[in-house]
Design a protein around this ligand. Structure first.
Ligand code: G1P
Length: 264
């Protein structure tokens, strides 16, 4: 049973300047809920009982937002040293057990089982660490961690190699790691051994590559509409599509959009 989730939100938010000068990226709302709340809700819906949110030194608003939720704890990442370093701060919180990671910029919509829930199901069946992937277009390969491996059953790949933001010519896969993970506790020792990689940062993908030398890692091609809310276009797509799904404003918003397009 996976009971704990870690949600890193301490990125610099440079792609959202100047909005992120005073407000953490995680607090920018999609319709009327901060981005991080969609991610927290997905974790809770997947059966997670305790959450650790990694915040940056200006992350106080994230804390205030959840101050009525006793199952959410916070830790401050004082230096932006990379995603691997951020996850490394969760060692005590995870208390020797496997845990989930949901990246604060990756929002996934599912009418059925959540993306994380699908990974948890795969972990219960196969053990090992599970990374959530989807096929990305070739021009996006250099924006993500990429997993190579062999298909073992529908949607499940046994991973042989992972590379952070590779040149598309240097890998034989387009399976992008899209912000959902179930990790075995061994990842913490792997993080400790990880040298700075892409951008001079400690990369979680590099730590997973180290972990894969001693235990199995699977990639799960999860179902769901995933938004990269960390980039401007992805964020706008999320805002429009979540608004269209809302019972209280979907219809009116759709009429507005139709009128706007006709007018153009
Ligand atoms: C991070 C990870 C990368 C992953 C991506 C998913 O990159 O390092 O492996 O594919 O999130 O969104 P970032 O987007 O923080 O640069």
């Amino acid at each position: 049973m996976i009971k704990r989730a870690v949600i890193p939100t301490a990125g610099r938010g440079t792609r959202f300047m100047p909005a992120t000068k005073a407000i953490p990226k995680a607090m920018i709302p999609i319709v009327d809920r901060p981005t991080v709340q969609y991610v927290v809700d997905e974790a809770l819906e997947s059966g997670i009982e305790e959450i650790l949110i990694i915040i940056s030194p200006n992350g106080e608003p994230v804390k205030h937002h959840f101050d009525d939720k006793p199952n959410i704890k916070f830790v401050v990442q004082t230096e932006a040293r990379g995603l691997g370093a951020a996850i490394g701060l969760a060692r005590d919180f995870c208390a020797g057990e496997s845990f989930a990671v949901l990246l604060g910029d990756d929002v996934v919509y599912n009418a059925g089982r959540t993306a994380l829930g699908q990974l948890i199901d795969a972990h219960e069946k196969f053990g090992g660490s599970i990374i959530g992937v989807q096929t990305v277009p070739r021009e996006k390969v250099s924006s993500y961690g990429i997993a190579e491996g062999a298909q073992v059953e529908p949607r499940l790949i046994e991973v042989s190699r992972m590379v952070e933001k590779p040149n598309p010519d240097s890998v034989n896969s387009r399976l992008g790691i899209l912000g959902r993970y179930v990790l075995n506790y061994g990842i913490f020792d792997a993080i400790d051994k990880t040298q700075p990689g892409k951008g001079g940062e400690i990369q979680l993908t590099d730590a997973l590559e180290i972990l894969s030398k001693s235990e199995k890692i699977y990639a799960y091609d999860f179902e769901g509409r995933r938004y990269d809310a960390g980039n401007k276009l992805g964020f706008l797509e999320a805002a429009v599509e979540y608004a269209l799904r809302r019972e209280d404003l979907g219809e009116r918003f759709e009429n507005y959009l139709r009128g706007l397009i006709k007018f153009k």
